[in-house]
Design a protein around this ligand. Structure first.
Ligand code: FAD
Length: 288
């Protein structure tokens, strides 16, 4: 039996992004010093969709390796494949393995303007099948899912059919896109289980601290901002501390409800803000 199968409590994990290439790595270490103290089950590290073309994968490898070896927590490297060729993926797997990172979030990624996508991987499922073929079970593979449907999918049911194909290609665990209304997640869970998707599914939660940032995010990913949260944004948009505290309270309430519902785990999009992660962790830790 694997460690995951023995667990009864929900996972609690974080996402961070690496510093830009012209910024020193130390900036992210200051964040990690605090996040690692909160003892998450794992910390995932995003990767710019430009991947190997703009070198963003190197930063992801460096930070995921530090999580594993300097902070002694489980690190996950995101791997968006649209601008990768097979040789790039093999080289990234090799680097990760050498550094003891055995968890990958396998993604398609989005098109980067002015960069022609490579043709080796059209969907995340192509990447997952490729990793399974070449690395067998040496990596635990995570993948993304979308409680409100992926923005390019014609509808939620079609997206879930595609998700089933992706899971069947060799996924161990799913992490969801952010959402602000738990009912979307519960409907998605029910439909996914009915479609035969059995792997654990973690709920992705983003504490909102900045109105412009969240409006950009929901435009990109198509998540619905509930009316009650729009009111909070409108009232506190010019009071950063009040908006931060309201964002923490809203996310905490979402997480309490998710845990009461018995979800497999919660993945916090920390935006590299340890204060927010700490506040939320302190409240929900005993509920896991
Ligand atoms: C938790 C999480 C972390 C993320 N981290 C990053 C990151 O670090 N870097 C980054 O660039 N992006 C990241 N993203 C964004 C992600 O790359 C985009 O949402 C992207 O548009 C889709 O990626 P995917 O892996 O879900 O794609 P896919 O699973 O390939 O799905 C993309 C679309 O294609 C459809 N589809 C899938 N398979 C098939 C098929 N066989 N036939 C027809 N249609 C199909 C799906 O329904 C969907 O509409 C993240 C997303 C999430 C939820």
């Amino acid at each position: 039996m694997s460690t995951d199968e023995k667990r009864e409590r929900a996972f609690f994990s974080f996402e961070i992004f690496p510093p830009k290439r012209d910024m020193p790595l130390e900036t992210v270490y200051r964040t990690l010093d605090e996040l690692a103290d909160l003892e998450p089950d794992f910390i995932s590290v995003t990767c710019g969709a430009g991947g190997s073309a703009d070198g963003s994968n190197h930063r992801t490898i460096e930070v995921a390796s530090a999580i594993q070896n300097k902070y002694h927590r489980e690190g996950i490297a995101h791997l968006p494949c649209i601008h990768f060729c097979r040789a790039d993926v093999l080289s990234m797997l090799d680097e990760l393995e050498k550094n003891g990172v055995r968890k990958i979030l396998a993604l398609r990624g989005d098109r980067v303007p002015d960069l022609t996508p490579k043709e080796d991987f059209r969907h995340a499922s192509d990447l997952i099948a490729f990793i399974r073929e070449h690395a067998k079970d040496r990596f635990q593979i995570f993948a993304a899912c979308y409680p409100e449907g992926h923005i390019e999918a014609p509808d939620l049911d079609t997206d879930i059919q595609n998700l089933r194909r992706k899971v069947d290609a060799g996924v161990d665990r799913l992490i969801s896109q952010l959402f602000f209304d738990n009912e979307f997640f519960y409907t998605f869970l029910e439909k996914s289980r009915r479609a035969g998707i059995r792997v654990p599914i973690e709920a992705g939660i983003m504490p909102v601290t900045n109105k412009k940032q969240i409006e950009r995010m929901v435009t990109l990913c198509g998540a619905t901002l509930p009316r009650k949260f729009q009111r909070v944004l409108a009232k506190y948009e010019s009071q950063p501390d009040a908006l931060r505290d309201a964002g923490i309270a809203f996310a905490t309430e979402q997480i309490v409800d998710l845990l009461a519902h018995g979800v497999d785990g919660v993945h916090l999009y920390t935006m590299n803000n340890p204060y927010i992660a700490r506040k939320i962790s302190e409240t929900v830790r005993t509920l896991l």
